[in-house]
Design a binder for this molecule. Structure first.
Ligand code: UFG
Length: 343
């Protein structure tokens, strides 16, 4: 059985990827410091797959602990690296923490890969590297624009570190640029667990509908889009997770065409904030309380992916539509409320 290290495997995308890996016959070891996730995720993964993944709790930004981990785990077949800070706004307040954590942990992992003669890493990147693209849909060849936040900058820098490492070290890397991952596993056992007030649209919608927040603020309706609200390429988290299984299989089975490859993970369709709200109202049968307010500083107007390269090269395609995404997000929010009610 091939053994895969999943860093950040108790997080939102990480946990869904662990499920898919296990269901495809991989053995998983998770490393996570649990700063933004919960240990109970391990039991919930086990409820879905019947297998509790191995787990170690430490900070990958700590060079000694990371080196020690790799010295003890020389039998890994590959790494999927999710562990990182991910809040755009917070990164503006704490730039140094973001650089130290996101860059430092990747460097420590790459050092560890040298120790283990381990060559394959899948990296969690983001469409944020494109900024506001000049042309839509945005392809992987689009120019990388100056970052709008330290968070986005760490994604750009990590991609560059991987590119140069793959050029001169025995390392192969696949960077997956996610568009807007939303939704939750159909079991409603794992999903997104935002700490405090959510920054992202969909958890804010479901928390408003369940009564945790009073009203959703729609940030701006004067964009150059059909209904004036900003547009994004929302993609179901399980579709994103499946792409990681394909990517790691491509590496392990030596099907990569270059030492570093980059793929967009999106659906190819843009939805406006109002369209997302309408989808939620359709699937939940509820009316959402929302009001239009000023634009959020730093937001881009519109972005959606060209999916041709991922579809052709990976043989992967996002399958779930916006209503399925919103249905699963709502089921997850209700399951969370039920669990809280039982406590
Ligand atoms: N929005 C609202 N109200 C809210 C929250 C969001 O109207 O309460 C709007 C935003 O203005 C934006 C859209 O909903 O137009 C999506 O916002 P999100 O915060 O959900 O997602 P972003 O596109 O801003 O950010 C996401 C990830 C980032 C990543 C970025 C890449 O959260 O990590 O995509 O573009 F960097």
């Amino acid at each position: 059985m091939k053994r895969i290290l999943v860093t950040g495997g108790t997080g939102f995308i990480g946990s869904h990827t662990v499920v898919e890996l296990q269901q495809h016959g991989y053995e998983v070891i998770i490393v996570d410091n649990l700063v933004n996730s919960s240990i109970e995720v391990l039991d919930n993964i086990a409820k879905i797959t019947g297998i509790k993944p191995s787990f170690e709790q430490f900070d990958l930004a700590d060079p000694a602990k990371t080196a020690d981990f790799f010295n003890r785990n020389k039998d890994l077949s590959g790494i999927i690296h999710f562990a990182a800070y991910k809040a755009v706004g917070e990164s503006m307040q704490k730039p140094l923490e973001y650089y130290r954590n996101n860059i430092g942990s990747l460097l420590n992992i790459l050092e560890g890969m040298k120790t283990c003669a381990l060559g394959d890493i899948v990296f969690s990147s983001s469409c944020t590297v494109y900024g506001q693209p000049d042309e839509l849909p945005v392809t992987e060849q689009a120019p990388i624009k100056p970052a709008w936040s330290p968070y986005g900058n760490t994604k750009q820098m990590c991609e560059e570190i991987l590119r140069f490492s793959a050029a001169s070290l025995p390392i192969k890397a696949i960077a997956l640029r996610y568009f807007n991952p939303i939704g939750a596993h159909e079991s409603a056992l794992i999903g997104e667990l935002p700490l405090g007030i959510p920054n992202n649209l969909v958890p804010y919608i479901t928390q408003t509908a369940i009564g945790l927040r009073q009203s959703l603020h729609v940030f701006g309706n004067d964009y150059d889009t059909p209904d004036g609200t900003a547009m994004r390429d929302y993609i179901h988290v399980v579709d994103i997770a499946r792409a990681h299984v394909v990517a790691i299989g491509r590496m392990i089975n030596k099907r990569m065409k270059h030492n570093m490859e980059i793929f967009n993970l999106g659906t190819g369709h843009g939805f406006s904030v109002l369209e997302v709200i309408q989808s939620f109202e359709r699937v939940s049968g509820l009316k959402l309380n929302y009001k239009i307010v000023d634009r959020r500083p730093g937001d881009i107007e519109k972005v959606w992916a060209s999916t041709d390269f991922a579809n052709k090269e990976l043989g992967w395609k996002a399958e779930k539509k916006i209503d399925e995404m919103m249905t699963s997000a709502w089921k997850w929010e209700k399951a969370l409320a039920d669990r809280k009610g039982q406590q």
